[in-house]
Design a protein. Structure first.
Length: 305
């Protein structure tokens, strides 16, 4: 799916969730195993953490990743198994995809709840220069995004959005034919000026985060940050909120239509890709550890989706 579903800039939450949910990555197991390196590296782009902050974050990450691998990853694998069965049985439609979309949102929510205390500690420990660095980096990256996604004229935005979606889909299905490519272009036309709406929405959430960080010594700091992490929809712009249901519907219908148009070879390619992804993630060491030590994983699993 396009930027409207993946562009939530939620600091540590986004760093974790984006890397965990990038299922189109051919080496997702490698990315997963290296999250303790990738996340601090990503955050340093925004915060320039000192050694004490980095050490504490690494320790917290080890705990969060152990929790995620032992209690959340099995849920993902079960969901992928159901999805593969639906693909093999030809049961992919809008409602099936909507269930998958809802499960993804629940997975992100579970991560948000789990890491809120760590993010609160991290943001609460920032100094003024780090908060300024955070704001400046947001502005710089948003300017880059504006130049790439919003500044081009609308016909170019539509064409490039279709090209990005085509590339994503072809990873899963192999080469698309002309009618399938035309269907993607139709979808991109229907989204219209979605790029600008997405970027404005991103900026609004980030502005709220910077404001909370500036007021990190206020009594309501923790509750305000918790809301930012766990209820980001409440910070959406009015325009984004109004158009989101249609944008989501258009995308789910697109995926359903592309599946209906898929050849036997494309469906087989999709099934093999999903099987390979399940196998890669299913080979994670922490899963066997969780089976050997069920009592250790039980408390964390109580808050799962």
């Amino acid at each position: 799916m396009d930027n409207h579903l993946t562009g939530r800039g939620r600091l540590l939450l986004l760093s974790i969730a984006a890397l965990l949910l990038l299922s189109a990555c051919s080496r997702i197991n490698l990315a997963y195993r290296n999250l303790d390196i990738l996340i601090p590296w990503t955050l340093n782009d925004y915060l320039d953490m000192n050694s004490a902050q980095q050490s504490r974050l690494k320790a917290q990450l080890r705990e969060h990743l152990a929790w995620h691998c032992s209690s959340q990853l099995p849920i993902y694998l079960e969901g992928m198994q159901r999805l593969q069965h639906e693909i093999d049985e030809g049961q992919i439609d809008v409602e099936t995809l909507r269930v998958q979309q809802r499960n993804m949102h629940q997975a992100i929510r579970a991560i948000a709840v789990q890491i809120t205390p760590s993010v609160t500690e991290l943001v609460g420990d920032l100094d003024d220069s780090q908060v300024q660095r955070l704001q400046r980096t947001f502005e710089e990256k948003n300017q880059e995004l504006h130049e790439k996604f919003v500044a081009p004229d609308l016909p170019r935005q539509i064409r490039e959005r279709a090209e990005r979606m085509q590339k994503r889909v072809e990873y899963w299905t192999g080469r698309l034919d002309a009618p399938q490519r035309q269907r993607i272009l139709q979808w991109s036309h229907a989204l219209g000026e979605q790029n600008a709406r997405w970027l404005d929405n991103r900026k609004q959430w980030q502005t709220a985060l910077v404001e909370v960080a500036r007021q990190r010594h206020e009594p309501d700091f923790a509750s305000r940050l918790e809301r930012l992490l766990q209820d980001p929809e409440s910070f959406w712009t009015q325009t984004y909120r109004r158009t989101y249901p249609q944008t989501e519907q258009e995308t789910l219908v697109l995926i359903s239509d592309l599946y209906a148009m898929a050849s036997d070879e494309q469906r087989s390619h999709l099934s093999q890709r999903l099987h390979r992804l399940r196998s890669d993630l299913g080979a994670m060491t922490c899963l066997s550890d969780a089976v050997q030590e069920p009592n250790a994983a039980a408390p964390a699993a109580s808050g799962t989706v």
